[in-house]
Design a protein around this ligand. Structure first.
Ligand code: FMN
Ligand code: SF4
Length: 457
C-alpha cells in the first residue's frame, strides 16, 4: 500500500513540535547550515577545486530538484542563470504568496515549521552570494507573517542571520513583506513589482527574466517555499540522496493538497511519481475514496488553472505500449504534462457525479476575471467575458452557441498575453468545454427552448 514519505512535513503534525528555534534545533535544525558554513574548498563533480557555495549549487543541480511553485522548472538550472558578473547585488525572494485555488501546503510549513524555511532560505542565499532576501507572503496570512518575523528575530539572536552568520564572515538579512491579497502577486515578476512598491503588473520576458533583471533591476532568484525547504534537505543529505527519492527527472518528495469530494481531504507528502492519482483519491492512507454511493466525474490535477481530466480518460505516455488510465497516472510533473495537463502547485481537486461542471467552471472563471491585473486586452476582456457567459449559462439563460464562443474566447487569450495568467484563465475553460461539451449544449438547448416556450405562451 503506498505511503506518505514525510521529509519536509516530518514534524508539522506533532503536537509537541512548536515553531520556536529550540524545538527546531532539538530535531536537527540548522545542522545543515552549520556544516555548510564550516566547509572548506573541495573537489567538484568535474574534479576541479570548488568553493563551498559552488558545492551546494552543484548538489542542487545533482538533486534534479524542480520548482514546487507551479512551473516545475529545474532549480539548479534557474540558479545557473543568475548573472554573477554584473557587479550588482543578487537578491533572493521566497514566494509565499500561495494563492492558487486548491493549494494549502506552504502555509503548513510557515505556521508550523518556520525555521525549516529560514534554514532553506539562508542556505540558498549563501550558495548564491545573496546578502538580502525577502519572504513575500500572501496578505491574508497575517499570523504567518508574525510567526516568520518571530523566527527571524530568534535566528538573528542566535547568529544564524546578521552581519557575521555563525562567525563565518557571511552576512545576510531576511525581511518579510506582506502582499495585499492579489493572486497576480504570486507571478514572479508581478511579485517583484509589488515588492518595489508598485502595482503588481507582470513584466515582459524577455528582457525581465528575474535571474538577470529582477528586483531593482538586479539578478534575483525567486523560489517557492517548498522548493527552498527541499534545498535544506539537499544540503543536509546530498543531491544524490535526494535524487534517489521519487522517479527519474521527477525526484524528491512533493506535498499534494487534496480537496473536493473525497473522504479525507488534506495535505500529503509523497515521493514524486511513486503514487498514482487513483491511489491519492481512493487509498485509505490518502483521500480514502469518494462519498458513499458517488462516482468520480472529474479531477483538476494541479490547482484551478490546470486542465481538467474527465473520469475514464486514457493517455498515451512516452515509452508505454498501452494507454494509461486516469487513475493509474503517476502523480509527477512529466506524466501529467504528457497527459495534457500539469501538476502545477500540487493541488488535486476531486469532483464526483453531483458536480455541476458549468457551475464549477463559472466559479473558477469568476476568480480569474476578478484577479486579472488588466494590462493585456485579451486577458482583461476575455476573462470577464467568459465569466459573464458562464454565469448566464449557470443561471438558466444559456444559448446553443455558448460552448463554441467560450472556446473562441479562451483560444484568443492563450499565448497572447504578458504572463502565464492568460493560460491559467483560458485552460480551465478550454478543457471543461472540450471534455464536457454535451453539458453545455444540452443546457443551452434547454434554456433556448424554455425561452421560446415562454414567449409563445
Ligand atoms: C498567475 C500566477 C500565479 C502564481 N502564483 C504563485 C504562488 O502563489 N506561489 C508560487 O510559489 N508560485 C506562483 N507562481 C509561479 C511563480 O511565478 C514562480 O514561477 C515560482 O515562484 C518559482 O518558484 P519555483 O521555481 O520554486 O517553483 C505563479 C505563476 C503565475 C503565472
Ligand atoms: S495575462 Fe492577465 S494577469 Fe498577466 S499581465 Fe496580462 S492582464 Fe495581467
Amino acid at each position: 500500500m503506498p505511503q506518505e514519505h514525510r521529509l519536509i512535513l516530518k514534524h508539522v503534525d506533532d503536537p509537541n513540535y512548536g515553531p520556536d528555534l529550540a524545538t527546531y534545533r532539538k530535531h536537527g535544525g540548522y545542522r545543515a547550515l552549520t556544516k555548510a558554513l564550516k566547509m572548506k574548498r573541495k573537489r567538484g563533480a568535474k574534479g576541479a577545486l570548488i568553493t563551498p557555495q559552488e558545492w551546494l549549487r552543484e548538489e542542487v543541480s545533482r538533486s534534479q530538484l524542480r520548482g514546487r511553485g507551479g512551473a516545475g522548472f529545474s532549480c539548479g538550472l534557474k540558479w545557473s542563470f543568475v548573472d554573477r558578473k554584473s557587479g550588482k547585488p543578487i537578491y533572493l525572494i521566497c514566494n509565499a504568496d500561495e494563492s492558487e485555488p486548491g493549494t494549502f501546503k506552504d502555509r503548513q510549513i510557515i505556521y508550523k515549521d518556520p525555521h525549516q524555511l529560514l534554514e532553506g532560505i539562508i542556505l540558498s542565499s549563501w550558495a548564491n552570494d545573496v546578502e538580502l532576501a525577502y519572504i513575500y507572503i500572501r496578505g491574508e496570512f497575517v499570523e504567518g507573517a508574525r510567526i516568520l518575523e518571530r523566527a527571524i528575530a530568534e535566528a538573528r539572536r542566535q547568529g544564524y542571520l546578521g552581519k557575521n552568520v555563525l562567525d563565518s564572515g557571511y552576512k545576510l538579512e531576511v525581511h518579510v513583506h506582506r502582499g495585499a491579497g492579489a493572486y497576480i502577486c504570486g507571478e514572479e515578476t508581478g511579485l517583484i513589482e509589488s515588492l518595489e512598491g508598485k502595482r503588481a503588473y507582470p513584466r515582459i520576458k524577455p528582457p525581465y527574466f528575474p535571474a538577470v533583471l529582477g528586483l531593482y533591476q538586479c539578478p534575483t532568484i525567486v523560489n517557492n517555499v517548498e522548493t527552498l525547504c527541499a534545498v535544506k534537505h539537499i544540503a543536509d543529505n546530498g543531491g544524490d540522496a535526494y535524487a534517489k527519492l521519487g522517479t527519474p527527472n521527477n525526484t524528491g518528495t512533493r506535498i499534494v493538497c487534496l480537496s473536493g469530494h473525497v473522504q479525507r481531504p488534506g495535505y500529503f507528502e509523497v515521493e514524486v511519481g511513486k503514487v498514482t492519482i487513483g491511489e491519492l483519491i481512493f487509498d485509505a492512507n490518502f483521500g480514502g475514496g469518494l462519498r458513499p454511493g458517488r462516482r468520480l466525474k472529474a479531477v483538476i490535477p494541479g490547482g484551478s488553472s490546470a486542465k481538467v481530466f474527465r473520469a475514464g480518460e486514457t493517455f498515451q505516455l512516452k515509452g508505454q505500449k498501452k494507454k494509461v488510465k486516469l487513475l493509474d497516472l503517476p502523480y509527477d510533473f512529466d506524466s501529467l504534462l504528457q497527459a495534457g495537463s500539469m501538476s502545477g502547485s500540487g493541488a488535486i481537486i476531486v469532483l464526483d457525479d453531483t458536480a455541476d461542471m458549468i457551475a464549477a467552471l463559472a466559479n473558477i472563471a469568476d476568480f480569474y476575471a476578478h484577479e486579472s491585473c488588466g494590462q493585456c486586452t485579451p486577458c482583461r476582456e476575455g476573462s470577464l467575458w467568459m465569466s459573464k457567459a458562464l454565469r448566464r449559462l449557470a443561471g438558466g439563460q444559456g444559448r446553443r452557441q455558448d460552448a463554441e464562443q467560450l472556446l473562441h474566447i479562451a483560444r484568443n487569450i492563450q499565448g497572447r498575453t504578458i504572463c502565464a495568467f492568460g493560460e491559467a484563465c483560458a485552460w480551465p475553460v478550454m478543457s471543461v468545454v472540450e471534455k464536457f461539451r454535451e453539458e453545455f449544449e444540452t443546457r443551452g438547448e434547454e434554456h433556448e427552448r424554455a425561452a421560446t416556450e415562454a414567449k409563445t405562451n
